[in-house]
Write a protein that binds this ligand. Sequence first.
Ligand code: G1P
Length: 289
Amino acid sequence: MENRTIRKAVIPAAGLGTRFLPATKAVPKELLPIVDTPTIQYIVAEAVAAGVRDVILVVARGKESIVDHFDIAAELEAHLERTGKHELKKQMRSIAQMANVITVRQQEPLGLGHAVLCARDVVGDEPFVVMLGDDVIDAKVPGAKQLADCYARHGLGTVALMEVPREETPMYGIAAGSEIEPRTVRVDRLVEKPKQDPPSNLAVIGRYVLPPRIFQVLEQVHPGVGGEIQLTDALAVLAREEGLLGYRFEGDRYDAGDRLGYLKANLAFALKRPELAGPLRELMKEMSR
Ligand code: G1P
């Protein structure tokens, strides 16, 4: 049987983060923290928990500090050592050891599909997972793992799905199809950001486990919505040609690319920290009076 193990993750991180200006003028949006941890670190942790070893960051000029975050910070570690902050030092080192981080450049902003295509040579001939940094998933079984398990069972590309209110369908790739087992849909229609008549209210959320065949398809697709090479359009071709599954994952998803979603993620993650939960609840009570 062909290899169905997911060892590589592609994380597109070349965007300008215009929705978060001015914060993202000099700081990559991927490094904006949820509580005290950059959003991209949550994504990499999820990848690693799904069995990923190689994390391929698709970056652009000005995004070097993302790579630094996953490197050893020798000066910082020496300082933490000198000042007796051993636990913190260990934590900083462990970030550098999470995964093998590889970067490729997307030289022009030609879309999500194009960003994924930039990782082609590094991924090679094996299945992989695409993870979008704006979608933060908090789940007992990590989101990417739920999809990787589905891929291992069926051997078909699998995208994460979530029900959204009808009025939000123009913000997402929307999929429709028939349920073949609990939570699993065989996708027969897929539309990127439908302005009207969405085929369902099942939105594609930023986790995709894909066969290497997707690269050949991406090379062929024409620019779609916004004049960009859309991953969704390539997925629609894949669905027609060999089949594509959607998996309604279990867990909470935060849209960290949206200001309100980002604030919500911060509150939700802070409430999970024992040292912050109590005081934060008090603060929220006080402020909502
Ligand atoms: C991208 C995809 C879209 C998907 C969404 C999930 O859109 O193009 O199909 O539903 O991510 O977050 P973006 O939000 O980057 O515009």
